[in-house]
Design a protein around this ligand. Structure first.
Ligand code: ADP
Ligand code: MG
Length: 629
């Protein structure tokens, strides 16, 4: 037996590995299983190029838990290591700069990421084990089996052992404080999390299945008996859908894989994108478009990030643009530096390229769906729009591309691209400043009266709704110089689409002065401003509106944007149609008292039509109206 010193510059590295590096101790198993799987892949490669003559048919990784001995063994039949190789790959830790790094970052967020960065994957086993053995036999001709052992101090021993099979056993003697890792349930859970799609089969003991009795024995009812049968407990699907060529898989396979990824998710995705890049970086994956619910925040973090089929994280923020985190699915790339801190990721060139590649793919997919099957795209639009709008708002490049396939829907349920719609309404709805005014409602039922008035005048009205529509509209107004949006109930039609010619008013200034206080006496002055407008005589006598500006402020404030402190007061305009016959009539009635009664009735009707007449005021109005019958 020989002893030696693991080549680290400090004696303190192991306590640091144990305590500080990974906050998640469970990843030791990911590191060891992926090393084992790498070893198998390498041997398969040597078999394929003739360097290894034996069989690689039965490559697998076995995880063996011995609860009595408190050991966990990760066994592979991969390429194994010679004594020299142990010295090179295990003893001489490539450690330049690591010491300094650890000193600087210990205990800080992100420090847990550095093990892999410095090739310390194997040493993460010391986070949970008080002693680790490597028993290994190399595939090389004449190689001798050796056992390496260390208790986590920089000292190790190495000796020859008897081992017939090529491959490596990593034996962990689980420490007292890490007892959880000698529980079957816990190990199963970790394997399910990280190794579900590993490319080499992973087997964890056996499990019991109930099958028809192979001897055909029957129970008293004459049915074949069900008997317990121990079968290997296979952890993984070694060929998940994303590793296959799109031409090899059917739509059903994509759905099945979606279920495999999200067993708890009942909804089916709208469609998917299969990513497959090998230059200038490696990336495979499948992204699914879910049906988005109104509350988009809770739906993030559904994309799983893999590196060579080893699960890394389901938190892909900073790897893909934020709006893409609304998608579901898998991204697999060996080129994302997975083990370094997240702040570093943002500035990594590969990550930037990958991120813009995915953005482009997603935009291209939407553009081609729009182009190839417009009708189908329109049918999906209501489920897609939040994603597209969110993307347009948060990613300049995506926004530029999305102009081509962003749709608006009219209240007559017709879809248009922005350009198409502009063309459609330009003739009638261009105002005196040469802007095309796009009228919209967010609630065609509640704003029915306004929509109808607009339609009566030949104007078209859009149906624009959804949680981020207000922001999206503002964005469109910025990116197209000559369009503006106005909600139908924001002002009178004459004001919403101002033309050069003005309708003359039938009320003089003096007459307005007489009527104004009377109107103000029937409403809450804090909430309503009274204005006289010269509208068409066939417009309603009174129209109650909420200015576009105030409403947008309130909406943005509700969504946490806008930057206003305190509540924005609810404000309405009470617009009196100076040209309506009823107003003229009221002006001519005798006393202020009679005038006020009539004004009250007209105002209540206007409030009622807006859903603003409530409680006692509503009940009084009803009583009054019944009396008049
Ligand atoms: P990395 O995997 O990033 O190289 P590790 O610390 O996980 O770093 O492993 C160091 C090296 O030890 C590996 O590159 C490999 O050469 C060798 N090694 C580790 N585990 C095994 C194994 N099960 N079989 C063969 N070689 C292994
Ligand atoms: Mg490794």
């Amino acid at each position: 037996m020989k002893t030696g010193q693991i080549n680290v510059q400090t004696e303190n590295i192991f306590p640091i590995i144990k305590k500080f590096l990974y906050s998640d101790h469970e990843i030791f198993l990911r590191e060891l299983v992926s090393n084992a799987s790498d070893a198998s892949q390498k041997l398969k490669f040597f078999a394929s190029n003739g360097e290894f003559k034996g069989s690689v048919e039965d490559q697998k990784v076995e995880v063996i838990l011995d609860t009595k001995a408190n050991t966990l063994t990760i066994r592979d039949n991969g390429l194994g290591m010679t004594e020299d190789e142990i010295d090179k790959y295990i003893n001489q830790i490539a450690f330049s700069g690591a010491e300094e790094f650890v000193e600087k970052y210990k205990g800080k967020e992100g420090a847990e990421q550095i093990i892999g960065h410095f090739g310390l994957g194997f040493y993460s086993s010391f986070m949970v084990a008080e002693k680790v053995q490597i028993k290994t036999l190399s595939y090389k001709k004449g190689a001798k089996a050796v056992q390496w052992e260390s208790n986590g101090s920089p000292e190790y021993t190495i000796e020859e052992i008897k081992k017939k099979e090529i491959g490596t056993d990593i034996v962990l003697f689980i420490s007292e404080e890490s007892k959880e890792f000698s529980e079957k349930q816990r190990i199963q859970e970790i394997l399910d999390k990280y190794c579900k799609f590993l490319s080499i089969p992973v087997v964890f003991g056996t499990k019991t299945e109930y099958i028809d009795d192979p001897k055909g024995e029957k129970d008293k009812d004459g049915k074949v008996k069900r008997v317990a049968n121990e079968v290997p407990n296979n952890i993984n699907n070694t060929t998940p859908a994303w590793t296959k060529k799109p031409s090899e898989i059917s739509d059903d396979d994509y759905s099945t894989f979606y279920r495999e990824l999200y067993p708890a998710n009942m909804d089916s995705p709208l469609f998917h994108i299969h990513l497959n890049v090998d230059y200038p970086f490696n990336l495979t994956g499948i992204l699914y478009f879910p049906k988005l619910k109104e509350n988009i925040e809770v739906q993030k973090n559904k994309i799983n990030l893999y590196s060579n089929q080893v699960f890394i994280t389901d938190n892909v923020e900073q790897i893909v643009p934020e709006f893409l985190t609304l998608l579901h699915g898998v991204i697999d790339s060996p080129d994302i530096p997975l083990n370094v801190s997240r702040s570093y990721l943002q500035s990594d060139g590969n990550v930037k390229k990958i991120s813009s590649h995915i953005t482009k793919k997603v935009a291209d997919k939407l553009a081609s769906m729009y182009k190839n099957d417009r009708k189908d795209f329109e049918e999906k639009w209501d489920d897609l729009k939040i994603f597209v709008q969110y993307g347009a708002l948060s990613d300049e490049k995506f926004g530029e591309k999305a102009k081509k396939f962003s749709l608006v829907k009219s209240t007559k349920n017709e879809f248009f691209s922005i350009e198409e719609y502009k063309e459609k309404v330009a003739t009638l709805q261009t105002n005196k400043d040469d802007k095309v005014v796009m009228l919209y409602t967010n609630d065609p039922v509640e704003q029915f009266g306004f929509v109808k008035k607009a339609n009566d005048r030949g104007y078209d009205v859009l149906h624009v709704d959804g949680p981020i529509a207000p922001h999206w509209i503002a964005k469109l107004e910025q990116s197209y110089e000559n369009i503006s949006f106005a909600r139908v109930d924001a002002d009178t039609l004459d004001k919403l689409i101002q033309k050069d010619e003005e309708t003359p008013s039938k009320l003089s200034k003096e007459e307005e002065e007489v009527l104004k206080p009377l109107f103000e006496s029937v409403v809450d002055k804090e909430k309503f401003t009274v204005q006289f407008e010269s509208m068409n005589s066939d417009d309603a006598p009174i129209i109650i509106t909420q200015p576009e500006f105030i409403r947008r402020m309130m909406e943005q404030q509700k969504m946490g944007g806008g930057g206003f402190y305190g509540a924005f007061p609810e404000m309405h305009s009470l617009m009196v149609n100076a040209n309506h016959d009823k107003i003229q009539e009221i002006l001519k009635t005798d006393t202020d008292e009679v005038k006020t009664v009539k004004i009250k009735q007209l105002t209540d009707i206007a409030l009622l039509s807006q859903g603003l007449l409530k409680g006692e005021a509503l009940s009084l109005f009803i009583d009054r109206s019944i009396e008049k019958v």
